[in-house]
Design a protein around this ligand. Sequence first.
Ligand code: FAD
Ligand code: A2P
Length: 370
Amino acid sequence: MVYSQAKVIAGGLAHIPVVIAVFYFILTFFNKRALKFAEANKSKKPEPKQVETKTESKPVSTVKAESPKPVKKKHADVPVNIYRPKTPFEGTVTGNYSLLKEGAIGRVNHITFDLKESDPVLNYVEGQSIGIMPVGEDANGKPHKLRLYSIASTRHGDDFEGNTVSLCVRQLQYEKDGETINGVCSTYLCDIKPGDKVKITGPVGKEMLLPDEEDANIVMLATGTGIAPMRAYLRRMFEATEKEKNKWNFKGKAWLFMGAPKSANLLYEEDLQRYLENFPDNFKYTKAISREQQNTKGGRMYIQDRVLEYANEIFNMIENEKTHIYLCGLKGMEPGIDEAMTKAAEEKGLNWSELRPQLKKAGRWHVETY
Ligand code: FAD
Ligand code: A2P
């Protein structure tokens, strides 16, 4: 068949709308797909804010499946090592008094140092420790090494002026070959007088910091001077002037388990009773007075016995991702607490040896024992 030139041109022109329609269809199809893809990816993206600021808290049930998230610059704003052993700050003692009642065992003092003159400023947050360098030399003629002490005051200090730090110190004493040996630094601290100068280093430690959330639950297990950081936490939560200063409106539950040998050895008892009266819905206080109370087996009552007694309540709290647990005091209590937690977990059908590392990884299990 033979077409004239005019016919060929007309036929070609007639195809133009078809070609345009095909192009239009292709463009619309790919545009829609691109939009869908972008939308799907947007919903997968993590909130940038969460990555930076979220604490590591996770519900126990979900912690298991997740690998640790690299949290950048964790607690980057917490001060550390402002003063080191070679260049310590010389603080002035402003107070040193006994925390014990008549009939108590040993010697435990509350000691406060003025930090006003520090330059750079020696500041700290609740849950940190400072180093103390006792005067004198060791058996080898070398200056005594520093000893660490948990800070017992809030960052605002006991007088709320923000330029003091307080400690809670037990004098170490033990018998050796019929002789009483006094610990070097703890004796030095218990004996110092207002006006004395003391070499201070630090602050150190990020293990015992409080979470930022106002509705966090804080379970505290303390023996003896292990109450030091807990005293700071509780002041931050419940002390009126402190609350005005810190603007941290604690709304969670705080539960202190306190181990002491005798009632007369209970530390900061009046403050704790006041918090109980003023904040009955937020504060719970359970004592284990080892030489006055007995556990179910007739032995000394230790905090791990109390943990077992309240196992159900404690584990209900642990299942809440906002619950943090803090242990401080005698190293020797750790196996006992572990044993109690194992039994308590079993009663809830949980496995403590799996659960504890998960809580640790999630930043909810805090231990400082010595
Ligand atoms: P030292 O003269 O150093 O004597 C201690 C040494 O005596 C031991 O190393 C051991 O060799 C020996 N010894 C001890 N007991 C016996 C015994 N029964 N029989 C034989 N030998 C023995 N302490 C507090 O009071 N309050 C706190 O808030 C506090 N917080 C701390 C926080 C951290 C992070 C750490 C690591 C420790 C904390 N300590 C606290 C303990 C403190 O650092 C000192 O270890 C403690 O005061 C004893 O120091 P010292 O110089 O008096 O004893
Ligand atoms: P105890 O000394 O009667 O055996 P402090 O520091 O004032 O001595 O208080 C420490 C408290 O911790 C005491 O009641 C002490 O009891 C108790 N304690 C001692 N050993 C352990 C342990 N292994 N686990 C838990 N509590 C303990």
